[in-house]
Design a protein around this ligand. Structure first.
Ligand code: HEM
Length: 151
């Protein structure tokens, strides 16, 4: 049973990393595309975003499974305490990012109908914040992996 739990945990890690690899590529395509194409690409980004809660939930359930099956003590394992802290910060960023992406999609839709300098400026501000979110998600996931592997 411990093997199943660990392999499913690693599947969750793979899912999360895949999403983190695709996201910057999709963001780059979004910025370089025409206003009409950008709406299609943004819809794709939002659909990808819907997958991340599944990966994060899989990691939580199998992580609890790992704690039980590998007899890891949450009281003494400092790597696990730090890991959980980073994991919850990651959840927080994800929870803010979901509604944020919906609002940004509306801006892209409005721009596809009528491009104005004001809309361009708002979209640019949203894009900068999204890049910031992505960088932090990468940093946190790499820290979590490092803590898990070099504990
Ligand atoms: C972004 C979230 C997470 C990532 C990227 C991640 C990554 C990993 C990796 C790569 C390993 C394998 C380490 C190895 O065998 O060398 C691992 C093991 C482990 N993870 Fe996670 N994990 C995450 C979330 C969680 C959560 C939320 C929990 C607890 C609720 C958890 C508990 C554990 C435990 C106890 C092990 C050790 C299993 C053993 O002793 O071999 N993980 N994790």
């Amino acid at each position: 049973m411990e093997k199943v739990s660990l392999y499913l945990h690693l599947l969750g890690v793979g899912m999360l990393l895949s999403l983190l690899f695709v996201s910057p590529l999709a963001e780059k395509a979004l910025r370089k595309s025409s206003p009409a194409d950008a709406v299609t690409i943004h819809r794709f980004i939002n659909q990808l975003g819907v997958l991340s809660p599944f990966a994060v939930a899989l990691l939580l359930f199998t992580g609890v499974g790992n704690i039980i099956f590998f007899h890891v003590s949450l009281k003494t394992a400092q790597w696990l305490q730090a890991k959980l802290l980073f994991y919850f910060v990651l959840l927080l960023i994800g929870a803010v990012n979901g509604p944020f992406l919906k609002r940004r999609l509306e801006l892209y839709r409005a721009r596809a109908e009528k491009q104005t300098p004001e809309l361009d400026a708002r979209i640019a501000a949203f894009n900068t914040r999204e890049a910031f979110f992505l960088i932090w998600q990468w940093i946190l996931v790499l820290l979590i992996i490092a803590l898990s592997v070099f504990r």
